[in-house]
Design a protein around this ligand. Sequence first.
Ligand SMILES: Nc1ncnc2c1ncn2[C@@H]1O[C@H](COP(=O)(O)OP(=O)(O)O)[C@@H](O)[C@H]1O
Ligand SMILES: [Mg+2]
Length: 269
Amino acid sequence: MCDGAAGMSEAVVEVRRVSKSFDWRRPVLRDVSFSLRRGEMVALIGASGSGKSTLVRAIAGLVPIDKSATGDDLGAATGEIVLFGEPMQRRGRITRAAKRLRVRIGVVFQQFNLVPRLSVLTNVCLGLLGQMSFFHGSIGRFTAVDKRRAMQALVRVGIADQALKRGAELSGGQQQRAAIARTLVQRAELLIADEPIASLDPSAARRVMDILADLNRCDRITVLVSLHQVEYAALLPAHHRASIRRGRLRRPVKRADAGAADVDLRRRQ
Ligand SMILES: Nc1ncnc2c1ncn2[C@@H]1O[C@H](COP(=O)(O)OP(=O)(O)O)[C@@H](O)[C@H]1O
Ligand SMILES: [Mg+2]
């Protein structure tokens, strides 16, 4: 176990008055604001279609947000997303800083995180691409040092014995763990996981949530994880949960029977 995180202060994610409409009649995100400080872990909980993926993708700079917030009384408030103090999105555009910012963010999706034909080790090494020159990255040759780093990451997530298998040969839970290992190799400061446990059985889901919590607690990686299972979110303290419903953020999540956790997801403050 680790000693727990030191004090938190710096805002890693600032989402300010963010709206998003693919179709102007039905906004997917409605005036969403929240912030995440360094070392925090927050679960974003919402039913299917509530806007979780859109929000997560907007933070990662993969989906442009609307130029202004939507709503009756909001006027022309412009939304923005600031990461590590630098704008990722502003005035409805993904900024030029996006490329630089993305190197600092590890993203884990619900599925299809690995290149199926490549070995697990190579998949994890792909986390290094953002730090490599275009030439070295494009020839896809990783050094012994790179591979050692990838192996250490696989040890950390408990699947070192799977390193030489192809991505496609892993179970769903192992694939998610390899995807998390890739973000470790990347040295991501912010880990965004969009429903990483939605396709997993309960024990694999628990394992993945444990790993996320451990990386948060021991490595001070800031974690934003979207979930539709309230049971898992309930393992986090109330102030580390936010619920999203029809594109509106509400926090914290109400759950009467929270606390039956046998996993220590609590942060030491
Ligand atoms: N690229 C898109 N084009 C049009 N509508 C979209 C697009 N992406 C998401 N939506 C719609 O936005 C809503 C929220 O979707 P999403 O963010 O994927 O929710 P969640 O991840 O919570 O299931 C859904 O109604 C979905 O159909
Ligand atoms: Mg989704």
